[in-house]
Design a protein around this ligand. Structure first.
Ligand code: ZN
Length: 659
């Protein structure tokens, strides 16, 4: 009998999360060399997992080991309510790579008691627990219980509250406990030479510590902090270099190895320059310290890794945008002095993710634009990707789930969304990534970090607005990217509905908006709502006790997006901190409590999860009798918990305590 496994995009749901699966169609058609390259790079992408856990909080590795031992060795009744609540907590910790919410950053509170935890842990085999230097099991519990249970200890991974010491009040592990925000800011402003046209990304790859009253960096490199993990990443990268698709790609990988060996940030810039210029190979990857959202000061980069290959057909779409980058720059509503004179190297492609690792796992971005160094981007361009197979999985999972029926105002608008939404979403992501982030320029002498804690929100708003402004442009229909002049309305409606209403489903009652992308969406939607209020461009409509959004004038809304784009670009170009702060604080953060409660109630009734993450496929090499790889197989049937436990076992690279 032939057994056929039906692929399902959706998998288990727990807390506010749903697991999805993505397909890596086209992998079988790669050459053996490309398959090996994907496999070796995938191993490198999974190997850095422990680094991220430790970056997210200094107790995370010990907590993970303790929880996992409890999960696998619990000898009580597994149907017990407390144990079930424990399992949910375990799955949430896995999902977040730590004890704080992956998106909102708040610590989640367990649904089981301290008493249950202590009793259960004491029954576990001691050699399976992360006991340090003769520590007893009780001492381990004494250490971990307050961290897990007490709401006042390490309440937020990243605190963005204006006016507080953002470092002292954030639980992330990028600064030693005794370092203050003022000290860190002073330390890094002294690093910056005022007229260096090619500054490195100061502070990106280190923890800032204080010893004998002096600040210094502990660098993440081979032989340094996280060295054990980094050495194993190097091992896989060196294997990958032997099967690179071309000499340029091999040089990219070798330069990255150099950087991991030395921790030298100049070498890192050289690596990103080589990486951005390698555009020929089908397979590509990111591996390293990349995004800075996890640091309240936006300097320290969390570890991430992923591997992908180009989706040739879909890439035609983004290549059209790239080829016209200069046209878009020239016609944007931004003041000429803030525009780039020569838009170069905006390479854009649609890719298929082959593996997600570090800070991209299991929750992943769907569009990525790198590198992050402003001068490298200005002089060498950037690589921008839309991850087609993840978007596809989201779309497949969303069809028919009742969401639009509940929140979209009428049938006519629902039909508009049905017809255009999936395509427009992809296109907006393309515009955001390959044109938006790459557009505009800083005025000479402006510090790229001038907007500080507001920088990320302003930057995302800039890219989103670029996309919103242009998705309505006849040029896109001319290029064959939108089917007609109506399609953009689907994007406008869903954007405004999300920014004004439905993105609140991701926020807990009583909380405000924290995450940069969400702040940006609220900022754009509320600012344009307010600016268009006198003409009722967008309005709130109440029907049967429910609130909806109606857009009365789509063309006018586009004008407002353009006006805000010009202002946001001015703020970025001039480094106008006060203006950034005013906009973000006024429009991006607060939530109307009554409306929030209503949206949450309606959303709960749908039994949907506001956040999604992905279970990775499994790659299994096939060996011949000489231990040579003859093929690599991909499969999709590993369970979520099995995958997490396997990763914790196979990719355990770091000690429990990394000082
Ligand atoms: Zn972005």
């Amino acid at each position: 009998m032939i057994e056929t496994k039906v692929f399902s995009y959706t998998d288990e749901q727990f807390a506010d999360l749903q697991m999805l699966r993505y397909r890596v169609d086209g992998f079988e058609q790669l050459t053996l060399q490309q398959k090996k390259l994907v496999y070796f790079l995938s191993e490198a992408a999974l190997t850095g997992r422990d680094i991220l856990w430790d970056q997210n909080g200094k107790y995370n590795l010990r907590i993970r080991k303790t929880l996992e031992t409890l999960y696998t060795h619990y000898c009580g009744n597994r149907e017990d309510e407390e144990f079930k609540a424990f399992c949910i907590y375990m799955k949430r910790v896995w999902f977040s790579n730590g004890i704080h919410h992956h998106y909102g950053c708040e610590k989640f509170i367990p649904g089981f008691s301290e008493q249950f935890f202590r009793t259960a842990v004491k029954q576990l085999p001691a050699d399976e627990l992360p006991l340090e230097n003769g520590q007893s099991v009780d001492e381990l519990c004494d250490l971990l219980i307050p961290v897990i249970f007490r709401p006042d200890i390490m309440p937020k991974r990243v605190n963005q509250a204006d006016g507080e010491d953002l470092i002292q009040t954030s639980a992330c592990n990028y600064y030693a406990e005794e370092v203050t925000q003022a000290e860190a800011e002073e330390f890094y402003s002294r690093c910056k030479k005022s007229h260096d046209p090619h500054p490195v990304m100061y502070g990106m790859n280190s923890r800032l510590v204080k010893s004998h009253g002096r600040l210094r960096e502990k660098v993440w490199k081979s032989g340094g902090l996280y060295g054990a993990a980094i050495d194993r990443i190097i091992y896989w990268l060196e294997k990958a270099a032997t099967v690179a698709e071309n000499e340029k790609q091999a040089a990219v990988i070798r330069k990255l190895v150099d950087f991991y060996r030395t921790g030298d940030l100049k070498t890192f810039d050289e690596y990103t320059i080589l990486w951005v210029q390698e555009t020929e190979a089908l397979v590509d990857f990111t591996n390293g310290f990349t995004e800075t959202y996890g640091d309240p000061l936006g300097l320290k980069a969390s570890w991430e890794g992923y591997v992908n290959f180009k989706d040739l057909k879909a890439t035609e779409r983004t290549e059209k945008l790239s080829a016209n980058a200069q046209w878009f720059e020239r016609h944007s509503p931004v003041e000429p002095r803030f525009k780039k004179e020569h838009c170069k190297g905006v390479s854009a492609k649609v890719i298929k993710a082959a593996i997600l690792g570090g800070d991209l796992y299991p929750a992943s971005a769907i569009g990525i634009n790198l590198p992050n160094s402003n001068w490298v981007r200005a002089e060498y361009g950037s690589k921008s990707v839309t991850i087609g197979n993840l978007t596809d999985a989201y779309n497949k999972a969303a069809h028919g789930n009742g969401f639009q029926q509940e929140f979209v105002i009428d049938d006519e608008t629902r039909q508009l969304l049905d017809r255009y939404q999936d395509d427009c979403d992809d296109l907006h992501t393309d515009l955001h990534e390959c044109l938006g982030h790459g557009s505009g320029r800083l005025l000479p002498g402006v510090d790229p970090d001038a907007l500080k804690a507001y920088g990320a929100t302003i930057e995302e708003a800039r890219a989103d607005l670029f996309g919103l402004y242009y998705i309505a442009d006849p040029k896109l229909t001319e290029l064959g990217l939108t089917p007609d002049g109506q399609a953009y309305k689907a994007q406008y409606y869903s954007y405004m509905m999300n920014g004004l209403l439905t993105q609140m489903v991701r926020i807990e009652p009583g909380k405000n908006i924290e995450e940069a992308h969400m702040r940006n969406r609220a900022l754009i939607a509320r600012w344009t709502f307010e600016q268009g209020a006198s003409e009722q461009v967008t309005e709130f409509v109440r029907k049967d006790g429910k609130t909806y959004i109606r857009i009365n004038d789509y063309a006018k809304l586009r004008v407002l997006f353009g006006r805000l784009l010009a202002e946001i670009q001015r703020i970025k170009s001039e480094g106008d901190y006060e203006a950034a702060r005013n906009l973000v604080e006024r429009y991006g953060i607060q939530i109307d409590r009554e409306l929030h409660e209503e949206v949450l109630t309606r959303y709960r009734a749908l039994h949907l999860s506001p956040y999604k993450g992905f279970i990775n496929p499994v790659y299994t090499p096939v060996y011949d009798e000489h231990q040579q790889i003859t093929d690599v197989k991909v499969s999709y049937d590993e369970a979520y918990d099995a995958q997490m436990l396997r990763y914790s076992h196979d990719y355990a690279t770091l000690p429990y305590v990394n000082d």
